[in-house]
Design a protein around this ligand. Structure first.
Ligand SMILES: Cc1cc2nc3c(=O)[nH]c(=O)nc-3n(C[C@H](O)[C@H](O)[C@H](O)COP(=O)(O)OP(=O)(O)OC[C@H]3O[C@@H](n4cnc5c(N)ncnc54)[C@H](O)[C@@H]3O)c2cc1C
Length: 628
C-alpha cells in the first residue's frame, strides 16, 4: 500500500486488496514486529511489550484474538492467559503508556496527544455553542491501557438498583450482586477506613486509593453536603446516597491504568502476545457459516491477517467496536448497503448511544488566596520532585477532582433511591490553569472556544475559585452512531442528541440550584464564595440566574465526561435494540463477542472505567466456561 506524508495508508474508499506477496513479505520482515518506531523520541519513557521469548513475529493463529488493549481488553487478556495452554493475541492501535501519562495532575493534557483518538460529535445546532466550531470533542484513549491511560482516574461502580434493572430486562448474570463480585475481584482497596468493608476487594490488581493531595475546598463540600442532608460516606457502597472523598485508580500517587494493573505484570507470559501500534481493520467472518475466524489488521503500514481458533473478541471501546462490526458486515442492513459493505447480519449496531454530559461553567470566586489549586503556582520543581519521590503533593491530584456527591433532585420521578445527578467537587475550576503562563489544558481539552471563554471568565482567570461539575446520570435523550464510509481509518459519525428531552434540561437546572445552595452554606461562605456572573454570547437576551439563563449556559458549555455506552447494546433476544446477548455474543454470528463499555445497555451512575474493567473480568469467566 502507498503511504501519505503523515505516515497514513493512502487507500481507496473500498477495503484494500490483499496481495499474497505483500502478506508474505510482511510476515518475514521480523524487524517490523520487534522494532519500535525509530522516530519516537519518547520511546525511552514508555513501557515496552516485546513478544515473549525473543519471538520475532506473532503466530498466524491463536485461540483468542482480542482487539483493543483498553480497560476491558487488558483484564480480559490477562485472565484468559492464566491458563498456560491458552494463547491470546492482543491487538492495540496505540502505543504503551509512559512516565508522563503516570502524572495524575496533567490528565487534562492527554485529550489532545498521540494517546488520543480525536473524535468529534456531529454538529447539533442547540448545544456545544461555546465550543470551537460549535462541536463537542469526544476524545478516547489510544494506548496500551486504552482510555484508562488518559482518563481522570475516578473510580465509581453504579448503584445497585441500576444493575438490578439491567438484569431485570433479561440480562441474566448482571444483577448488582453478580457485578459486585467482579468489581471486588479486580480491586485492591488501599483506602484507610474501608479495610473491613464487605464491598471492597482486597487482593485484586487494580489499586484504588484516596487522592493524597486535597485542598480545604473538599472539606467545605462534604460539610456543606452534611448541612443539606447528604451524609459523608463511601459513595461506592450500596447502602445509601451521599458525598465522599474521591476514590481513584492510582497507586502511590501515580496513575493505575488497566495496562499497569493487568498487562505489565503479565507481559512475560509465553502465551500472551501484545502488539501495540497494530490497528484492526476488519473481523474476518465466513459469510456462509457466519462464524468469525480471524482479524485483518495493519501494522507498520502493512496488512496482516491472524486466525482465531476459538473466538474473536472486540474490546475496541464504544466507538471503534461498533465501527469494526459494521465494517465487517454486521450492522443495520440498509446503512451497510449504502456504504457498499456486504451484509452478513442485520443488527441495530449503533442505534443506542447514551453519554454523561456536564456543565463545567458554574464558577464560584473565593475571597482567600491559597485555597484552590492554581497550576502556575503548583508547577514547581519542588512539587515535581516530591511527587517523583513520594507520590504526593499537588502533582498527585487527579486533574483537581476531589470529591463526589450523588443527589436526587426534586424533578426526578424515579421510584427508586437512584440519583439523577452526580456532583464532582473540584479544588478549583476551569480558570485554575489559566493566566499568562498557564497551560489552559482543561478548557483546551474540551475544545472550548477561547473567545467565548475569555468573554465569560477572563476577569477571574487564574484566581481562587471553586466549582462542582453536575453530571447528568440518566439522560432521556438518546444518540446514535453511524459509519461515515467504509474506510476503517475514517471516524464514524456520532450524534449525541444532547438535551433533546426537556426533562434533561430541568434536571441540570435543579442540580445547578443545589450547587448554589451548597455554596450558600457556612463552610463555603467563610471563604466568601460568590457566583461568577459569566456572560455568554448566546445568552445575552437572558437574565442572569434565571432558569432560561442556565439552560442557555448549559447549551453553551455542553461538555461530555466521555462515558459513551450502549452502541453494541446487550439485551435478551426479544430486545429489538440488542446487538449482543447477556454473554456478550454477537447475535447471529458465531465465535464473536464484544467485551467493553459499548455493551452497557442502560445508563448507570458511574464513570465507565471501573464498569469496563468489571465487564472484562466477567467476560473472561463466561468465555472460560464456554470452552471448559
Ligand atoms: C478524557 C476522559 C476522561 C475520563 N475520565 C474517567 C474517569 O475519571 N473515571 C472513569 O471511570 N472513566 C473515565 N473515562 C471513561 C473511561 O475511561 C472509559 O469509558 C473506559 O476506559 C472505556 O473502556 P473500554 O474498554 O470500553 O475502551 P477503551 O479503554 O477506550 O479501550 C479501547 C481500546 O481499543 C483500541 N482500539 C480502538 N480501535 C482499534 C482498532 N481498530 N485496532 C486496535 N485497537 C483499537 C483503542 O486504542 C483503545 O486502546 C474518561 C474518558 C475520557 C476520554
Amino acid at each position: 500500500q502507498k503511504v501519505n506524508k503523515n505516515g497514513k495508508i493512502k487507500r481507496p474508499n473500498q477495503s484494500f486488496p490483499q496481495t499474497p506477496l505483500m502478506t508474505m513479505l510482511a510476515q518475514t520482515i521480523a524487524p517490523n514486529f520487534v522494532q519500535q518506531d525509530p522516530t519516537d523520541l519518547f520511546d525511552i519513557l514508555r513501557d515496552k511489550y516485546p513478544l515473549p521469548n525473543g519471538l520475532q513475529s506473532p503466530f498466524s493463529e491463536y485461540d483468542y484474538v482480542i482487539v483493543g488493549a483498553g480497560s476491558a481488553g487488558s483484564v480480559l487478556a490477562a485472565r484468559l492467559t492464566e491458563d498456560p495452554n491458552v494463547t491470546v493475541l492482543l491487538l492495540e492501535a496505540g502505543r504503551p503508556e509512559s512516565l508522563i501519562t503516570d502524572v495524575p495532575s496533567i490528565a487534562p493534557y492527554f485529550q489532545r496527544t498521540e494517546y488520543t483518538w480525536p473524535y468529534y460529535m456531529e454538529k447539533q445546532p442547540d448545544v456545544c455553542l461555546g465550543m470551537i466550531n460549535n462541536r463537542c470533542y469526544w476524545p478516547r484513549g489510544r494506548a496500551v491501557g486504552g482510555t484508562s491511560v488518559i482518563n481522570y482516574m475516578i473510580y465509581t461502580r453504579g448503584r445497585p438498583e441500576e444493575w438490578d434493572r439491567i438484569a431485570a430486562d433479561g440480562n441474566y448474570g448482571w444483577s448488582y450482586a453478580d457485578v459486585l463480585n467482579y468489581y471486588m475481584k479486580s480491586e485492591k482497596n488501599n483506602m484507610r477506613g474501608y479495610e473491613n468493608s464487605p464491598y471492597r476487594g482486597k487482593s485484586g490488581e487494580l489499586n484504588v486509593e484516596f487522592v493524597s493531595f486535597r485542598t480545604p475546598l473538599i472539606d467545605a463540600f462534604l460539610e456543606a453536603g452534611r448541612i443539606l442532608g447528604h451524609p459523608t460516606i463511601d459513595y461506592n457502597s450500596p447502602e445509601q446516597l451521599g458525598f465522599g472523598y474521591l476514590q481513584a485508580t492510582v497507586t502511590a500517587g501515580k496513575r493505575m491504568s488497566a495496562a499497569k494493573a493487568f498487562l505489565h505484570p503479565n507481559k512475560r507470559r509465553l502465551n500472551l502476545h501484545i502488539l501495540p501500534m497494530s490497528t484492526a481493520t476488519k473481523v474476518l467472518i465466513d459469510p456462509q457459516t457466519k462464524i468469525a475466524n480471524g482479524v485483518e489488521y495493519v501494522r507498520n503500514r502493512l496488512r496482516f491477517e491472524v486466525k482465531a481458533r476459538r473466538e474473536v473478541i472486540l474490546s475496541a471501546g464504544p466507538i471503534a467496536s461498533p465501527q469494526l462490526l459494521m465494517l465487517s458486515g454486521v450492522g443495520p442492513k440498509k446503512h451497510l448497503q449504502r456504504h457498499g459493505i456486504p451484509v452478513i447480519e442485520n443488527l441495530p449496531v449503533g442505534f443506542t448511544l447514551y453519554d454523561h454530559i456536564t456543565f463545567p461553567g458554574l464558577v464560584f470566586t473565593l475571597n482567600e488566596t491559597n485555597l484552590s489549586i492554581i497550576e502556575s503556582k503548583e508547577a514547581t520543581l519542588d512539587n515535581i520532585i516530591q511527587w517523583l519521590q513520594f507520590g504526593d503533593g499537588p502533582v498527585a491530584t487527579t486533574g483537581a477532582a476531589e470529591g463526589i456527591g450523588y443527589i436526587k433532585t426534586p424533578v426526578s420521578n424515579d421510584p427508586d433511591n437512584v440519583p439523577d445527578m452526580e456532583l464532582i467537587s473540584i479544588g478549583g475550576s476551569l480558570v485554575s490553569d489559566g493566566g499568562p503562563l498557564g497551560s489552559k489544558a482543561t478548557r483546551r481539552g474540551m475544545m472550548i472556544n477561547e473567545q467565548v471563554f475569555d468573554g465569560a471568565y477572563g476577569s477571574v482567570d487564574n484566581t481562587n475559585t471553586w466549582t462542582a461539575f453536575p453530571m447528568l446520570l440518566h439522560p432521556k435523550s438518546v444518540g446514535r452512531l453511524e459509519l461515515k464510509n467504509n474506510n476503517p481509518f475514517s471516524h464514524p459519525r456520532m450524534y449525541g442528541n444532547y438535551l433533546s428531552e426537556s426533562s434533561d434540561v430541568a434536571t441540570f437546572i435543579a442540580a445547578i440550584r443545589h450547587i448554589q445552595a451548597l455554596a450558600a452554606t457556612e463552610p463555603f461562605q467563610k471563604y466568601g464564595a460568590r457566583i461568577h456572573r459569566a456572560q455568554y454570547p448566546a445568552c445575552r437576551n437572558t437574565t442572569f440566574d434565571s432558569d432560561e439563563y442556565w439552560e442557555c449556559a448549559v447549551r453553551t458549555f455542553t461538555a461530555t465526561l466521555h462515558h459513551q455506552i450502549a452502541t453494541c447494546r446487550m439485551g435478551p433476544d426479544n430486545d429489538p435494540l440488542a446487538v449482543v446477548d447477556p454473554e456478550l455474543r454477537v447475535y447471529g454470528i458465531g465465535r464473536l463477542r464484544v467485551v467493553d463499555s459499548s455493551i452497557i445497555p442502560r445508563t448507570v451512575s458511574a464513570h465507565t472505567n471501573a464498569p469496563a474493567i468489571m465487564i472484562g473480568e466477567k467476560a473472561a469467566d463466561m468465555i472460560k466456561r464456554t470452552w471448559s
